[in-house]
Design a protein around this ligand. Structure first.
Ligand code: B1M
Length: 757
């Protein structure tokens, strides 16, 4: 509608709030007249990365929306940059960007509305900015793809888990899909949450006709399909791309008699990482205990040296052996725990998709970790002491977490099960005062060493059973305490673990690298009927026979696949001493990237992991580059331009080609990635270059390559050589490239032949 009213291509729609307020108002008015109850402001892309007058634009937008006489939602979309570690935007910077918009509008709007969101982490930054700077209801709407995932990998359950934890007021989805395609996703979301839901689908899937995007679902059919959403108990209905006032009018009329209701779900206990959810109460959960310095000399040393690689190795190896959640405890009196916790959580989030259990008694470190965590974490722990509950529960309520509740208080740890249960009841009641349901609490009845008290295991087990069966809460145990002071501790630990599981234990904090513990766990699952065809039992046995802890033995390929940047650097540093550069590139880096690329295509790994692998590959390549003899070859004096084509940001391959060409004495003018056609041409002319190398990795960017070739050929006599995984020789011929090179060596050969030098 704005384009029809004069918005030019490339112009930011939000500038019209000041430049052409009449036009913006006319759009709002048309929707208000169509019967919409809520009008969203024209502020989707406003933030100080793109605007230097954020308040002015936002306030003008709000005034225009308000003029339409309905409730007004402050509309905010993605910031346009990925957050760390996937991108380079700091979490707190993202928070500040949203905060600025919210502050400009908070006194004049009715709802804070995040829409078309594709990254949970960015949503968290926005939701915190809203929670901490206004008292308005917060609505969050996300764009899922047809695989039911956000761009950064979260499935619907993970999004629900994380956002319920953050305490938003309505959840939903918009854009990307039409009503028909969105229906199964909406049903899934409705089955997972008791929050009010909102849905704004597109008017079908977009098609391109004569260069214009069109949507096929007309107003009446749209409204008819939306009726079905209303019958699911969706509270807020609207439209996204392609929907017009006519669609909204038809929708209002079709749904005017729809009953408003929200189906209430049973409360569940679940935590999430950025992409996946772990549910308590199905199979017992393994929480890896190894990231904890207690009794570990080497780990203490690593913490003193800020050796994050050690923590990453422990995280990765525990995941490999079947941990579902990783406990993270980095407390040592002589280090800055707050800073260390931050580094550890950041590093672990970069290499694993397992949810984390933040384990600290330091309230500052606890809040830091809860704030920066990407998902809904476990928190270890609160206890029955007044001081503990009054400091921990507000954090749990604010950030969302499943919290481990230790059954001890000011009087210490009761000797009997009854005493511990009493404390559990006290904790449940206190949590309720903070609005925290008991489903957010997991009780640790505390395993005390049996070597000094022959009844200690019995009392703990009795408490586990009661908590589970009578109080109906989830339970957890740090299992290995039971054997403190005894020889052959694993024998006692695994027997106790088995007994606790039989009493209904929901989660064990154990060492997943212990075969005895994992064997016990898998045998239990099989015997309890929780392991169809004993599949996980068999898989576990084969793992114990072949698996070695990842620790020091990680090779370069594995390091890249797992996104272990530091490890990749270490491995490469070793490899360059013995192997030729190309051998490392072709034998390790490329196969590793092919592996993750395949996983990405099959939806097994997601963008954040792909990015971490790419970063590791780049870091590895930097070492290779540094190890290559410099100035070994005389300068040839020939110039070559290199660029990854417009729309394409893959540059690892192009950079390899660059280094090899330079090594053979060519002067490379590297234009970088995502390079517009005209920029390539300009550089060719300005530098009087005779050979241009273009790289493209995606089918969607080959047309840009073709256009660049055409432009260069039309205006200069330079030749173009092309490469990149997506190309073949015949494809290169089809787009009129002069040469094709399958890899870096081929590129050098071609250059030599062309320059005859
Ligand atoms: Co993306 N990506 N990626 N990616 N990525 C691919 C290419 C993909 C095939 C993965 C997949 O789905 N299987 C797929 C493209 C599908 C298609 O179109 N057929 C894909 C996609 C879809 C995407 C995104 C759209 C994902 C998303 O956001 N949803 C997005 C695209 C963003 C954009 O470009 N606008 C995206 C993003 C990324 C990362 C940022 C995470 C990262 C790139 C980081 C970076 O480059 N700085 C990344 C990576 C790493 C890959 C894979 C896994 C690996 C690419 C690579 O570096 N290979 C890739 C899958 C794959 O290729 N197996 C994939 C190693 C490199 C050394 O090989 O580049 O082929 P290559 O270079 C070789 C030769 O081809 C030749 O020499 C090099 C050395 O031997 N060569 C030339 C290359 N350029 C040459 C130029 C020459 C001559 C020879 O002329 C002078």
């Amino acid at each position: 509608m704005l384009q029809a009213g004069g918005l030019k291509a490339g112009e930011l729609p939000e500038t019209l709030n000041l430049k052409n307020p009449k036009l913006v108002y006319s759009v709002h008015k048309a929707y208000a007249d169509a019967g919409a109850d809520i009008i969203s402001t024209n502020t989707f892309g406003v933030n100080s990365l793109k605007f230097d007058n954020v308040s002015e634009v936002v306030q003008a937008a709000v005034a225009l929306a308000k003029k339409a006489g309905k409730k007004v939602a402050l509309d905010m979309g993605p910031l346009g940059k990925l957050l760390k570690p996937s991108g380079d935007l700091e979490f707190e910077k993202a928070y500040e960007l949203y905060k600025e918009v919210i502050l400009a509008a908070k006194d004049t709007v009715d709802i804070v509305f995040f829409e078309t969101m594709t990254d949970l982490y960015e949503i968290k930054a926005g939701v915190l900015a809203a929670k901490e700077n206004c008292n308005l209801p917060i609505f969050v709407s996300m764009m899922f793809d047809s695989n039911e995932r956000l761009l950064t990998g979260a499935d619907i359950e993970t999004a629900v888990t994380t956002l319920e934890g953050l305490g938003i007021d309505a959840i939903g989805m918009n854009c990307g899909l039409g009503p028909a395609e969105m229906l199964p996703l909406a049903k899934k979301m409705r089955s997972l949450t008791s929050l009010p839901m909102l849905l704004n689908p597109n008017a079908g899937l977009p098609r391109s006709v004569d260069g214009k995007t069109v949507f096929d679902v007309d107003a009446e059919s749209f409204a008819e399909m939306m009726k079905e959403f209303a019958s699911l108990g969706v509270s807020y209905l609207g439209g996204c791309c392609g929907t017009t006032p006519a669609h909204i009018k038809a929708l209002v009329s079709a749904c005017k008699d729809a009953e408003s209701f929200i189906p209430q779900k049973e409360k569940v206990t679940r935590v999430s990482s950025y992409s996946k959810t772990v549910n308590f109460g199905k199979k017992p959960i393994i929480i890896g205990e190894r990231i904890n310095p207690t009794g570990k000399k080497l780990f203490k040393e690593a913490l003193r040296n800020h050796d994050i690689g050690y923590i990453i190795n422990e995280g990765v190896s525990q995941k490999e052996r079947g941990a579902h959640i990783l406990d993270v405890n980095v407390g040592l009196p002589e280090i800055d725990e707050n800073e260390m916790m931050q580094s550890a959580v950041e590093a672990l989030q970069g290499v694993t998709d397992l949810p984390l259990q933040i384990d600290t008694a330091d309230i500052t470190a606890m809040e830091t970790a809860l704030r920066m965590y990407n998902g809904k974490p476990m928190l270890n722990s609160v206890n029955g002491k007044e001081e503990s509950m009054t400091s921990v529960f507000p954090l749990v309520k604010k950030y969302g977490a499943v919290v481990v509740c230790l059954c001890l208080d000011e009087n210490g740890i009761p000797k009997t099960a009854d005493g511990r249960i009493e404390i559990a009841e006290k904790i449940i009641a206190k949590a309720k005062e903070y609005g925290i349901d008991k489903s957010e609490l997991v009780f640790d009845a505390l395993a005390m060493t049996v070597s000094t008290d022959s009844q200690s295991a019995n009392e703990t087990l009795k408490a586990v059973k009661y908590l589970n069966e009578t109080l109906g809460v989830k339970t957890i145990l740090g299992v290995s305490n039971i054997s403190f002071g005894l020889p052959e501790r694993e024998i006692v630990n695994s027997a106790f673990f088995n007994m606790a599981l039989s009493n209904g234990l929901s989660a064990g904090i154990i060492n997943p690298l212990s075969d005895a513990m994992m064997n016990t766990y898998h045998a239990f699952l099989a015997l309890r009927g929780l392991d169809e065809n004993c599949e996980s039992y068999i898989a576990n046995v084969s793992k114990t026979q072949v698996a070695q802890p990842v620790s020091k033995e990680v090779d370069l390929k594995t390091a890249i696949i797992k996104g272990m940047r530091q490890k990749a650097v270490e491995c490469t540093t070793e490899l360059v001493k013995a192997k030729d550069s190309l051998e490392i590139i072709n034998g390790e880096i490329m196969p590793a990237l092919d592996f993750v690329g395949e996983g990405f295509e099959k939806n097994k790994i997601f963008l954040p992991q792909l990015l971490m692998s790419a970063e590791s590959a780049k870091a590895s390549f930097e070492i290779i580059k540094a190890s290559m003899p410099k100035d070994a070859t005389e300068k040839k004096g020939e110039k070559i331009i290199l660029a990854t084509v417009h729309g394409d940001i893959h540059d690892i391959g192009k950079n390899i080609v660059k280094v090899l060409l330079e090594n053979y004495g060519y002067d490379v003018i590297d234009l970088g990635k995502d390079v517009p056609e005209e920029d390539v041409l300009q550089a060719v002319i300005e530098n009087n270059v005779k050979l241009v190398g273009l790289s493209a990795l995606m089918t969607t960017t080959v047309p840009a390559m073709e256009r660049t070739i055409e432009l260069v050929h039309k205006n200069t006599d330079a030749k173009v050589i092309v490469g990149g995984a997506v190309l073949t020789k015949s494809y290169a011929e089809m787009i009129n490239a002069d040469f094709y090179a399958s890899d870096a060596t081929e590129t050098v050969k071609t250059a030599k032949k062309y320059f005859q030098n």
